[in-house]
Design a protein around this ligand. Sequence first.
Ligand code: MN
Length: 274
Amino acid sequence: MEYRKLGKGIIRISEGHRINLIINHWAGGNATGPFKINQNMNRRFIIFFVLLLSGTALYAQSTSQLLQTHAGKTIFPKLAYSYSELEPNIDSVTMRIHYSKHFRAYYDNFKKAVTGTPFENQSVKDLFAGIASAPPAVKNNAGGFYNHALYWEIMAPNSGGMPTGDLSDKIGMAFGGFDNFKKAFTDAAMTRFGSGWAWLIVKSDKSLAIVSTANQDNPLMGNAEVKGTPILLIDVWEHAYYLKYQNRRADYITAFWNVVNWKAVSELYAKAIE
Ligand code: MN
């Protein structure tokens, strides 16, 4: 395999005519090395595609769109930032493994589990609503896929701080101020025993609530203890933090607040109360 870094893009050439383009955003920017044009290829053709792709927005499908998508037609969501951009709060090795291995496996196994079944033609949202009748492989991988897609979306480089506007007001009213909200959400994440997630959700009466779920369950699932539309979540599986923080989940949660993309959360809130 030969690599060459070219502008924002990285080109990878394998045998024969096969060309794989890896955008720096995905590769973490470290796949560099010698480069040799295969005699069957046209250099200008390759450069054209590298430039074309590196200029393309990496956003693919928002999670709200994803929920409306037929399970069998979901696509693997792209990260809107590079693996290293959440440093030092979330390290690039964790991001790379979490996104390209764990998340990828949930996605692949989700597709495999629904293909050729009636779930394939259901929207992801309907699938969650009726999840009680789904086999464990569908439930676990559908949850793993959706939960992570949302988790990537509500984080961003150079973010953190506090929400503004309507969401800020509603959080203030529901939890007695932003600091109290942070504390309650942190408690939910800290007290989730074993693997799971903590969530800020919008319930059907449009009120806000903080909940936590085990494994890859989520509050959209018909059998969830408290149901609602997720707008903020944190992964507290050890794979989300162990490489950098080892057993110190509290430190990971503290760092997580520095990468919360409140703009994205506010947009999810606005959609949830529509
Ligand atoms: Mn995870």
